[in-house]
Design a binder for this molecule. Structure first.
Ligand SMILES: *Cc1c(COP(=O)(O)O)cnc(C)c1O
Length: 342
């Protein structure tokens, strides 16, 4: 058995030929002096897409989130966020380690935060608890299975928290856009800052963007420097990013169709997981299973690579490197799969 289907992550995507050509011919300059025209074009492009005054190009989504946290909160402040969100659980404690900020975590099992839970945290300020500086949301919400947020929920939450800024971690914002038909600008409208990744489903080799008000983005540039994320002729990366925004958004719909097909297959193969395939609305199949780690290991042994995102939670992600043929292969594997009894 030599065939493999790699569903570990959409970060595995390779740059397209058009990206490679754009990289080869990109006009670049020293971004430290604001003189890389390709980076500036990408920043302007993203700012326009999310209808914010300015944007900054950053090496990674983590840095985009961390810059947002640093410009919107101070050491000792609380940030309200869902327990499973990337900024809370998958950034190695960066907000605490780098910036002295702590999280007030609320339940996000379903993908959305209950307004009541968020307001209760804020209300606790009255009871001698720390200042709540901001709310962080994630769209799509990865751990719940790539759930796209409802723009009405975001707006209602932003309205309810009043002056407090909302940061939208949109690592997979364009998956949400394609899944719901809500535009990036509509999603970002009531958020103060919004981050999106170019290097996941959009297939760019590296890079993310953070957008918001011009004055905050000026501060963001300073924080980017502090975190070591100021680059020089990084227009080579930005060139691929422009191609990503131009050519790779619409095709995310294919990833979503394939993920749903896989969701049906996994739900049938593992009824004990009680997984509802309809909950898969973008490119992430995630379900609880009592032997998730063992399952993932044994599936890898027969050519289907996935991962776990918690002790009993398995995850399989579709991306541009996964074809209909690959889905058929997974169907074949699952039809013959017999987990060893633990
Ligand atoms: C991947 C991801 C990030 C971080 O992006 P990197 O480029 O890997 O640093 C942030 N938030 C979410 C929801 C992600 O999935």
């Amino acid at each position: 058995m030599t065939r493999r289907v790699d569903l570990r992550s959409d970060t595995l995507t390779q740059p397209t030929q058009e990206m490679r050509d754009a990289i080869a011919t990109a006009v670049v300059g020293d971004d430290g002096y604001g003189e890389d025209p390709t980076i500036r074009a990408l920043e302007d492009r993203f700012a326009a897409l999310v209808n914010k005054e300015a944007a900054i190009f950053v090496p990674s989504g983590v840095m985009g989130n961390q810059i947002a946290v640093r410009i919107l909160a101070k050491p000792g402040d609380l940030i309200v966020a869902g327990r499973g969100q990337h900024v809370v659980s998958f950034e190695m404690g960066a907000a605490a380690r780098n910036s002295g900020i702590q999280f007030a975590c609320v339940d996000d099992t379903s993908g959305t935060l209950a307004l009541r839970d968020v307001l209760d945290v804020i209300d606790s300020e009255e009871d001698h608890q720390p200042h709540v500086a901001m709310v962080a949301l994630e769209n799509t919400h990865m751990p719940s299975g790539g759930t796209p947020l409802d723009v009405g929920d975001i707006n209602a939450l932003a309205l309810a928290v009043g002056e407090r800024p909302v940061h939208l971690d949109g690592a997979r914002l364009f998956n949400a856009v394609v899944a719901t038909g809500t535009t990036a600008a509509q999603y970002a409208a009531s958020a103060t800052t919004v981050m999106a990744c170019l290097s996941k489903g959009l297939c760019a080799p590296a890079g993310s963007l953070l957008a918001g008000p011009a004055s905050l983005m000026e501060q963001g540039r300073i924080e980017r420097k502090r975190l070591g994320g100021a680059m020089r002729q990084a227009g080579f990366l930005a060139a691929a990013g422009l191609v990503a925004l131009d050519t790779m958004v619409d095709r995310l719909a294919d990833d979503h169709v394939r993920a749903r097909a896989l969701a049906e297959l996994f739900a049938t193969a593992f009824p004990e997981a009680q997984y509802d395939p309809e909950s898969c609305r973008t490119n992430i199949v995630a379900f609880n299973h009592p032997q998730a780690r063992q399952l993932v290991e044994e599936l890898a042994n027969v050519g289907v690579d996935g991962g776990t995102i918690g002790p009993r939670r398995a995850r399989f992600v579709t991306h541009a490197g996964v074809s209909d043929d690959d889905v058929a292969f997974v169907a074949h594997v699952l039809a013959h799969f017999k987990p060893t009894k633990s």
